[in-house]
Design a protein around this ligand. Sequence first.
Ligand code: G3P
Length: 227
Amino acid sequence: MIKFPVLIINMKNYLEASGERGVAMAKAAERVAKDFGVNIVVAPPTPILYSVASSVSIPVYAQHVDLSKAGSTTGFISPEYVKSFGVCGSIINHSEHQLPINRVKQTIELLKSFSMDSVVCAVDPRKTKVFAKMNPDAVAVEPPELIGSGIAVSKARPEVITDSVNAVKSVGSTSKLICGAGIVSGEDVRRALELGAEGVLVASGIVKASNPEEKIKEMAREIKRFL
Ligand code: G3P
């Protein structure tokens, strides 16, 4: 079960997280999570999910799952199948992998049926409200134009976070609101949490950093303040 405040590291399909490098990055995240006593989740590229899940004890998420059973479902990512080797949740509807709204709901339900976590991405506060009604564990609001930009949502679009926090509250959702897009520093993380987010979703700021472990530490230090 996901704990908050949380730092979720989405490795996407960056070559910096390819194969053994992705496993090493996940191990670095695990070291920081233990040393700092903070909640860190890693979402490695799909082809290394098993290697990562069998190498670390921090939570490992898929970046996407399909509405597929284990068994004769060639090429699909089955929640039940990835759970069998320790994956405990999934990102759903990332802005780079958007789904029809009813499929988001069905995916949350399928994950719940296997006691797996769901973090649903929303592009704005309006979509945040739609998804919060489905009560995933978290909704992650990420303005697409800031993704990978190095310009943090918490600095450039603070109202996206505060409006999304209010959107979640307004529908009486059990979901927590987290945010992402352009987060590259500890200060960006701190601002997000000060604005009411209960975690951050970070990709390039960590994966493409010259020293990912140091960057994870910099962000974890700020998460720790809000424990
Ligand atoms: O899933 C997180 C992501 O979309 C944010 O990307 O590179 O701006 O941290 P980035």
